[in-house]
Design a binder for this molecule. Sequence first.
Ligand code: C2E
Ligand code: MG
Ligand code: MG
Ligand code: MG
Length: 284
Amino acid sequence: QAKEAGRDKMKVFNRRMLDKAMQAMKLESDLRAGILNDELYLDYQPIYCLESKEVVGFEALIRWNHPERGLVMPGEFIPMAEESGLIFELGRWVITQACREVKSWLNKYESATNMVVSINISGRQFSQPNLVDNILSTLVEYHLPPKNLKIEITETAIMERANQAVEMLTKLQKAGVLVSIDDFGTGYSSMSNLQEFPLDQLKIDISFVRRLAESPENVEIVKAIINLAHNLGLYVVAEGVETEQQETLLRNMGCEFGQGFLFSKPMKLAKVESFLNGDISLCL
Ligand code: C2E
Ligand code: MG
Ligand code: MG
Ligand code: MG
């Protein structure tokens, strides 16, 4: 009897594993099709200057409108895209789409002139030898000034390819594209070699911002990150700002910019355009 029960368990276990593998394969082929079928789009989340309370730019965040499942968030498919290699195609799509949309804002709205739009570059994408050329040639193709574009890369992605990274980031920066470290504080970089990399900005990870009001120790950690950034000549952005208390603490610590639900959730393209046109002001 024990043997039989064991066999049954085995069956269930294998069945589940098989289901999971099949689901993963379906998601991958769905995404492949989704890129071709226009199922992807970008939302834009405003980035605020904490001092002037003005929007200075947006972060482009990818979304997938799946024909059966509806909205799928990047956390569910970016890791799979990285694993399968689909990230290369998807990454090119993001670069092109962002450049095209931002250029059209510049054509239509004077208020967009100095807006900087960030795009996320994930680890494997960053290891692509032609990534920088792809970005620079897309800027040329859409006549988008490089100063309107920023790339966000995690410290882990940079440190894992430290030698290439210096070269790649230098080339981008020389061309006028801005560079930001994303999710700072979560990676394994030793803070000491941060200075080797040409960077413009450091983005404090949401986990530090979330815990900010909870304990004085967390305030000290964030203070240290901000000081480190300033000593290296970098601006600081805090991601995931949800409360006024967090905003006040950050501003008092000298953090220049903030991004989070307190200011605005990521917005659809049409809403960004209404905002740039002056039809709506984001509640502050
Ligand atoms: P990320 O680059 O760190 O982006 C910030 C994430 O925090 C976004 O989640 C955003 O919606 C969310 N967020 C912003 N403000 C708040 C807040 O106040 N509270 C909370 N709880 N969350 C907030 P999202 O859009 O789900 O993106 C998740 C991650 O997926 C991104 O993290 C980024 O790593 C990746 N990702 C998004 N778009 C792209 C893309 O186009 N390419 C690549 N390679 N990765 C992307
Ligand atoms: Mg980001
Ligand atoms: Mg981030
Ligand atoms: Mg994050």
